[in-house]
Design a binder for this molecule. Structure first.
Ligand code: PMP
Length: 323
């Protein structure tokens, strides 16, 4: 759909996948006015296709829109767009265990205008693509601690899901790969080395003996992950203590050394939950605190995937039926 300043969203249509035609002066190419979301849709055994907490994605898109000076999109239109796209040919959505359809809603500033100001013409689009099977227990992933690069700062766009944040994280990702790590984790050197998040996932820490989960709080420099929020809810439902707070590198080192820290894992829509292997940094390492998947992370993951795929009851009404 399109948006014109002072008007409303209009011209919604489903078209065959193919190149977009945009003016070379379109604002998105020059000033990065772009935001997006990532959602998975699963086919359940009743044949219907469901997404998980799509209204949360709609809400987060609007949070990002407000930060990037883009127009908000009514939540109903967001969900309707997903429904229309999937219903055109729902055979796209695989039937196999754990396989999903990945939906990528995004909004771009299309106005051709070279002055620096918010664009008056904007497009909202959704693309769909089959997603791989993330079932089974993922292998622990070695993580690189970036000390040279930050992906966000106070007052910046860290909480928004905008392309610029990912561009800012890419050199960290390259550095990670150069050190044999699959993922990079960022910290905030201005807040006592507070741990923030990975390039595309949140992080949480399990203190098994205390039945406690600690995760960095939402200060505005990290993305408010929907997987993070859901896992915290499931943890509370089980009576685990959940602390959203500052968690520093020093505390991580101490808790790993003392044995209090029993699991570290990343979480996000794509992999749901993935255990940490070794944390590698320029001049030190923190060895994995668990062998393979930690017990609590694994069981929270199984419950969440169970809800998403319809194998486990959905106690919080998190599923939205698309078709
Ligand atoms: N942080 C970042 C930077 C991300 O890109 C993602 C993936 N959207 C997440 C966290 C996890 O968010 P979610 O659980 O909503 O996928």
């Amino acid at each position: 759909g399109n948006y014109e300043d002072g008007g409303e969203w209009s011209n919604a249509q489903v078209v065959p996948y193919g190149p977009l035609s945009l003016d070379p002066a379109a604002a998105v190419f020059h000033y990065g006015q772009e935001i997006f979301e990532g959602i998975k849709a699963y086919r359940h055994s009743d044949g219907s296709v469901y997404t998980f907490r799509a209204e949360e994605n709609a809400r987060r898109l609007n949070q990002s829109a407000r930060r990037l000076a883009l127009p908000e999109l009514p939540e109903e239109l967001f969900v309707e767009a997903l429904k229309q796209l999937v219903s055109i040919d729902e055979r796209w959505v695989p039937n196999g265990e754990g396989e999903a359809l990945y939906l990528r809603p995004f909004m771009i500033a299309t106005e051709a205008y070279l002055g620096v100001r918010p664009a008056h013409q904007v497009k909202f689009l959704v693309i769909a693509s089959p997603a791989g099977n993330y079932f089974g227990s993922p292998e622990p992933v070695d993580i690189w601690l970036s000390t040279k690069y930050a992906r966000a700062g106070v007052g910046g766009t860290g909480f928004a899901k905008c392309g610029g944040n990912y561009a800012a994280a890419m050199m960290g990702q390259i550095e990670a790969e150069e050190h044999g790590c699959k993922q990079v984790i960022f910290k905030d050197p201005n807040r006592d080395d507070a741990i923030e998040e990975l390039g595309g996932m949140n992080v949480f820490f399990v203190f098994g003996k205390e039945n406690k989960i600690v995760t960095p709080e939402l200060t505005g420099t990290i993305l408010s992950g929907i997987t993070r929020k859901s896992l915290l809810q499931l943890a509370k439902d089980r009576g685990l203590t959940v602390e959203e707070r500052k968690f520093t590198l020093a505390e991580w080192k101490d808790a790993a050394a003392s044995g209090d820290l029993t699991e570290v894992a990343a979480c996000g829509t794509a992999a749901v939950v993935a255990p940490f292997g070794t944390l590698k940094a320029e001049d030190f390492e923190i060895p994995a605190v668990s062998e393979g998947f930690g017990e609590i992370s694994k069981s929270l993951r199984d419950e969440l995937v169970g809800i998403q795929t319809g194998a486990v009851e959905d106690p919080h009404g998190w599923l939205t039926k698309l078709v």
